[in-house]
Design a protein around this ligand. Structure first.
Ligand code: ATP
Length: 239
């Protein structure tokens, strides 16, 4: 397996306070990896550093065989990195089609864009039915699918997902996580930050626990589901 993402000694600070402190982790091509941790542990900061929205104080980020640590966000997208941000950030007064097209805006090959749109609509058939509807009128789960679809329109190799099930009813959250699996089965490596640690660990090949900005545990999803500290701290089991 080749390495999709190799993060070494990542340190990210807000002013004098380091929110991420020397985090090192790797994701292999084809995997679903997940980062779990308490509120404020540093998960979003890690994702934002990966896509260039936060300056890195120390350490390195490699995407495949490229060192991307110093690249601006827009230069990372054509290398295969896309993020679905927390809160989805759709254009509510634009249609589903228009929101998806924004994902392909930097590209000029109309035929390839059309093929990618077909692929997105095959992954999320519900969006085909809603294609002319304003994004702001969709349900939360459908909006999440549009946000994922928009990211997929950039043809990522690695998709970063920040809390995709936030605010969704349990059954809808399941649909979204099914969609994450479908995207992965379609050949996209996934790095998922998810509040529902149990479900995230269940679908993850590889998992990392972040505590106070440091990676404190690492293993397969199944291993961490069985880990005593994970069970008490993140899965709600009694000690
Ligand atoms: P959550 O689950 O609440 O989103 P998280 O694990 O994603 O939490 P981060 O949002 O990465 O955590 O925050 C990590 C730490 O950095 C926290 O202590 C937070 O208060 C701090 N922090 C985050 N954003 C900023 C900011 N813009 N300015 C200053 N401190 C920040």
């Amino acid at each position: 397996m080749s390495i999709a993402l190799d993060v070494r000694g990542l340190t990210v600070a807000y002013g004098s306070i380091a929110a991420v402190r020397g985090a090192s982790f790797r994701v292999e091509t084809g995997e679903i990896a997940t980062i779990i941790g308490a509120n404020g542990a540093g998960k979003t900061t890690i994702l934002n550093a990966l896509c260039g929205l936060r300056d890195v104080r120390a350490g390195s980020i490699r995407l495949g065989d490229r060192d991307i640590t110093a690249l601006p966000p827009h230069a990372r997208v054509p290398l295969g990195l896309a993020q679905v941000p927390e809160g989805r950030r759709l254009f509510g007064r634009m249609t589903v089609a228009e929101n998806l097209e924004i994902g392909g805006y930097a590209r000029t090959d109309r035929a390839a864009i059309a093929a990618d749109l077909d692929r997105v609509l095959a992954l999320f058939p519900r969006l085909r039915e809603r294609i002319r509807q304003l994004a702001g009128t969709l349900s939360g789960g459908e909006q999440q699918m549009v946000a994922m679809g928009r990211a997929l329109m950039t043809r990522p190799r690695l998709l970063l997902l920040d809390e995709p099930t936030m605010g969704l009813a349990p059954q809808v959250a399941e649909l979204v996580l099914d969609a994450v699996r479908a995207v992965n089965a379609d050949g996209v490596t996934v790095l998922l930050v998810e509040q529902n640690a149990y479900r995230a660990l269940e679908i993850a090949d590889r998992a990392f626990v972040v505590e106070s900005g440091e990676i404190s545990l690492e293993g397969s999803g199944v291993e961490l589901i069985d880990h005593p500290r994970v069970r008490t701290a993140y899965l709600g089991y009694d000690a």
